[in-house]
Design a protein around this ligand. Structure first.
Ligand SMILES: Nc1ncnc2c1ncn2[C@@H]1O[C@H](COP(=O)(O)OP(=O)(O)OP(=O)(O)O)[C@@H](O)[C@H]1O
Length: 835
């Protein structure tokens, strides 16, 4: 009879009588069996089994040595290896003990070849059959487990169901499921413990470790290595559990907190690349057995399936959430007008998806005075996302610090950045902005994504969280996708902002122009025919059509502004209004903003964006009056603008090109100012391209009468008083006065007189005295004398002689005074008004 097995069945013979063993060996080999070995003792048998697993064992019940055949039979049973007892003269006791071991047959010595082979056949058949039954039972169990856990889509719920199922096979006290996806930097664990009621409840880190655990240990626990997670397997009891606890802090914590004595680790292989480990713990002193392990191993594939389903569901769910977030972000953009307005809504939408304590949009190329000048930084204040006020983000202490902060921003433009754990610490080290905000708001993780507009990195979107491992590589990818979606909306927004800026500019221009129209006469009328004035007017005619810078010099009131307007009105720029700035009118910082403009928030008090006069004068003429009064620091800035033909608003995001023609005026001796170091020589030379010197009125007496007549006509109209002439004496005074305030003084004197006089003859109310001499001036002796005599005569009511006469006041004899008056043509009596 030959062995029916296709593959040679391996038989182990355990028999201490060599001759019998040998005989049996011969019989088996002749029948086609392969004899795995002849063992004389239990120990030998175990050693052979450890090398190769026999299909069946022929086992002598009465083994000599430490271990009996029955003892070895128990062990074989545990190993699920079928065996047939070899026996002779069995007592009832031995038979009963042998039966307990569930042998697959008995062979009585001495045996016949036929009986041996038949017993082996039967044993092998029965074993195969019982395996099948077992398999069927296993399949049923697996299906039941599958049903219980496969469709659960909540991590905690699923883990609880797994624990309940496992607990049915093998009682457990804790279950810990760790799952890590190293590529996506995802890691989580879920620890459950059995309650006295037999249910399972979640244990969180603080409960596991106590509140005083150092952060370092927490992070170690939160991030176990791959070995701890996926590669460790088997039962850890006694000394092995001790060793495990030393190497794996989670096991130690579980042991300490819950009195766990033994743990069993099962690697779980999922479809995605993960390190997943199911870890069970028991408080039973005996610990888990090999049978326990085998039983639970059976349902590990079902657990894997359920976890695969869970991950797929989570993936789907997160995609759905991403879509929802994209929609809310898009709607924020549809309704908002600028980034600052939109940012809080964007933050709220993203916080549905990711942990978020700060969100910031940083616009590239902005010149930042301090980091809060980012376009929009939003924080979670009292549960609501709001723009962070300046108190929350104080300014850096020095401009150097601000500059260093700016340096850090550039790294954000290069590529998306994920800063968690080690990387976050490094980022704080390297990037001052991350450090600054990190310290300020206790942020521990951040991500940043550059957004490209028209193929250029234009805006950086930054999110940050106070949690240590808040973001994963997957989250970064998600933020990137979101950022790509934002690009178009941001582009539109910026275009909208540009348009708003332009219309703001137009609005300001309109306001300025209408004020200009109200305050000044646009069409100048220049009176006078004196050669000095005519020379100036010739110059005006020559320079006006060009774009050359004109420098108007002359005492106050000589008509510099009038001439500036004349230049502008005769220039190709005349269609636009000339813009005027009085450089002496404001303190330096306000003057800087007046000239160059400022952005909202660029300095304390800059509550609105303001367009500077340079920008306003784009395409026209800028008249810089009183240029000699401009503070030195602003002179440097002005020079730069004149050279570069570009201005930059205070706190602005970059220079703006301007096309402006400059006319500057001053009543100071600019050359002397340069020599005294009060005016920059380089600026002086840049302005002094085409100088025009306005002559003082006293050097052109010929113009006095025409001017007086011109003003009389204007005043008549203005006051509604029909003056036709000026009293002779008044005329004389006008002609003999030095007019330190020049034409403006003449105009003012006549206006005062016109108010006081009754038409048609205008009468000067009082003798002319210099109201505010522009500068110490040298007058001809004759003039000084005439002025003194007229003043003394006015004060004494034209009394010449006597103690209260003018001669005493002047310190001369009465006769001398009379002779002088005659010579100078001063009348000896006060003119009376002729009506
Ligand atoms: N030739 C002129 N004909 C008519 N009016 C004149 C003439 N020159 C000056 N005026 C008038 O005199 C007044 C003072 O002139 P303007 O303001 O141009 O002087 P200014 O040199 O710019 O003075 P300041 O240096 O004080 O600014 C103005 O009302 C101006 O219209």
């Amino acid at each position: 009879m030959r062995a029916p097995a296709e593959s040679a069945a391996l038989v182990l013979i355990v028999e201490d009588e060599f001759l019998i063993a040998n005989d049996l060996g011969d019989i088996l080999e002749a029948a086609g069996y392969q004899v795995l070995g002849l063992a004389e003792s239990g120990a030998e048998a175990r050693a052979i089994v450890a090398e190769a697993r026999p299909s069946v064992v022929l086992l002598d019940i009465f083994l000599k040595g430490a271990e009996t055949g029955i003892e070895l039979a128990h062990w074989l049973n545990q190993q699920r290896i079928p065996f047939v007892f070899l026996s002779a003269n069995l007592t009832d006791d031995v038979l009963a003990a042998a039966k307990v071991t569930e042998p697959y047959g008995f062979l009585n010595k001495p045996f016949r070849e036929r009986d041996v082979l038949a017993a082996l056949e039967i044993a092998r058949y029965r074993h195969a059959h019982s395996q099948e039954a077992k398999l069927r039972q296993q399949q049923q169990t697996q299906m039941a487990v599958n049903e219980a856990i496969a469709t659960l889509h909540d991590r905690e719920q699923l883990c609880r169901a797994i624990a309940t199922q496992v607990n049915q096979f093998v009682p457990i006290n804790v279950l810990n499921l760790c799952l890590s996806q190293p590529e996506e930097q995802i890691f989580y664990w879920m620890l459950l413990r059995r309650t006295p009621q037999g249910t399972f409840e979640r244990v969180r880190l603080p409960e596991l470790l106590g509140p005083d655990t150092p952060a370092e240990r927490l992070s170690m626990l939160a991030h176990p290595t791959a070995v701890e997670l996926g590669e460790r397997q088997g039962i850890f009891s006694g000394a092995a559990f001790e060793t495990l606890s030393q190497e794996f802090s989670m096991a130690r914590a579980i042991g300490e907190t819950f009195g766990i004595q033994s743990m069993a680790f099962f690697p779980v292989v999922l479809q995605q690349r993960t390190f997943t480990s199911l870890q069970l713990g028991t408080t039973a002193a005996a610990g888990f057995t090999a049978d326990d392990y085998a039983a639970i191993s059976l349902i590990i594939p079902q657990i894997a399936l359920a976890l695969d389903n869970l991950l797929a569901y989570e993936e789907l769910e997160s995609r759905r959430q991403v879509k929802a977030t994209e929609l809310s972000v898009a709607s924020a953009f549809r309704n908002g007008r600028d980034i600052a307005e939109i940012a809080p809504q964007v933050a709220a939408a993203i916080s549905e998806l990711l942990p978020l304590d700060l969100l910031s949009f940083y616009r590239v190329g902005r010149v930042l005075r301090h980091p809060s000048a980012m376009d929009a930084t939003v924080g979670n204040l009292g549960g609501r996302f709001q723009l962070l006020p300046l108190e929350v983000i104080p300014q850096p202490e020095s401009t150097e610090e601000a500059a260093r902060l700016l340096d850090g921003l550039d790294s954000w433009l290069q590529r998306p950045l994920l800063n968690v754990g080690e990387a976050a610490a490094q980022a704080r080290e390297l990037n001052p902005v991350t450090r600054y905000y990190g310290n300020l708001l206790q942020l521990k993780s951040s991500m940043s994504v550059p957004i490209r507009l028209k193929d250029q990195p234009a805006i950086v979107l930054i999110v940050a969280s106070k949690a240590a491992y808040a973001y994963t590589a997957k989250d970064l990818q998600l933020l990137q996708e979101l950022a790509e979606q934002l690009a178009v909306a941001l582009d539109n927004l910026l275009a909208y902002e540009r348009i708003r800026l332009l219309s703001e500019q137009l609005e300001q221009e309109k306001t300025y122009l209408s004020e200009e129209l109200k305050t000044s006469h646009n069409f100048e009328e220049i009176i006078g025919t004196s050669p000095a004035l005519l020379a100036v007017l010739r110059g005006v005619g020559q320079v006006a059509p060009t774009d050359a810078t004109v420098l108007l010099l002359g005492e106050t009131g000589t008509g510099k502004e009038l001439i500036a307007r004349a230049v502008h009105n005769r220039s190709p720029r005349s269609a636009r209004t000339m813009v005027k700035v009085n450089c002496a009118a404001l303190p330096p910082q306000l003057m800087e903003s007046e000239l160059f403009g400022h952005e909202k928030g660029s300095y304390t008090g800059a509550t609105e964006r303001r367009i500077g006069k340079f920008e306003l004068a784009h395409g026209s003429t800028l008249f810089l009056d009183e240029i000699g009064e401009l503070p030195l620091e602003l002179q440097a800035k002005l020079l730069r603008v004149l050279q570069e033909k570009e201005v930059e608003r205070i706190g602005g995001k970059g220079p703006l090109r301007v096309n402006v023609r400059i006319i500057a005026a001053t009543n100071r001796e600019l050359a002397a100012e340069v020599a005294a170091g009060r005016f920059r020589a380089d600026l002086y030379y840049r302005l002094n391209v085409f100088p025009l010197e306005l002559p003082p009125l006293r050097t052109r007496p010929d113009d006095l009468l025409p001017l007086a007549t011109y003003f009389l006509r204007k005043l008549s109209q203005k006051l509604g008083k029909p003056f036709t002439s000026i009293a002779n004496a008044s005329l004389q005074q006008i002609q003999h006065y030095a007019w330190p305030g020049n034409i403006r003084e003449l105009e003012n004197v006549l206006e005062r007189a016109a108010i006081l006089s009754a038409p048609p003859t205008l009468q000067l109310a009082a003798p002319l005295t210099p109201s505010a001499p522009a500068r110490p001036e040298v007058k001809p002796m004759q003039d000084t004398m005439r002025d003194s005599i007229l003043t003394a005569l006015t004060q004494t009511n034209y009394r010449i002689r006597g103690p209260r006469g003018a001669a005493v006041l002047l310190g001369v004899k009465a006769t001398t005074l009379e002779a002088r008056m005659k010579k100078l043509g001063i009348p000896s009596r006060k003119e009376t008004r002729t009506e």
